[in-house]
Design a protein around this ligand. Sequence first.
Ligand code: IMP
Ligand code: MG
Length: 191
Amino acid sequence: MKITETYEGTLERTLFSEAEIAAAIERMAREIASDHKGQPLLLLGVLKGALYVTVDLARAIARLPDGPSEVSVEYLCVSSYGNATRSSGEVRMLKDSDTPITGRNVVVVEDIIDNGFTLDYLRTLLGGRNPASLTSCVLFDKPYHRLVDVPVEYVGLTSPDEFVIGYGLDYQELYRNLPYLAQLRSWVFTQ
Ligand code: IMP
Ligand code: MG
């Protein structure tokens, strides 16, 4: 059976198509490439949600005619949500990146920013390791409930104020492999 058939009965609506997401990633790739021309760049993806956007961003940068002198891709893994649909505010490092970032140009790549705790935690932690530069790239921005004012230099798309899934984002570890962004039907949370 087709996996999207299982998913589709639980989806309220599509928010951003594959093509819209690809276009947003290409735009961010151009911005990041132009800000790091001729310099080595480290893309640091935040697992698990940013798995897909990090890969697609790295490839989009490689397709550009001009940009960084070299690109490394690393991941770290944090958890803040458990299985709830609102962040607890408590961010835990599950697996740190084992790459030294001192003196390097680091772009932290996140799937989505909501209240801002996750990115704020990471920027404070990584900033303490003395990178040459530290910026953030977020594919989906939910600006409605920000509790910490954390800078985001590269923003993809503004998400509606809903719990969203797909393109790396999960609900109870499902839907990450949906190739587009969607809103879940409310009965999925309440059953
Ligand atoms: P923040 O700490 O509230 O900014 O939330 C950031 C993290 O919460 C993201 O890295 C996501 O993993 C998760 N998150 C926030 N909003 C959503 C959502 O709508 N769907 C799925 N995960 C979300
Ligand atoms: Mg995340």
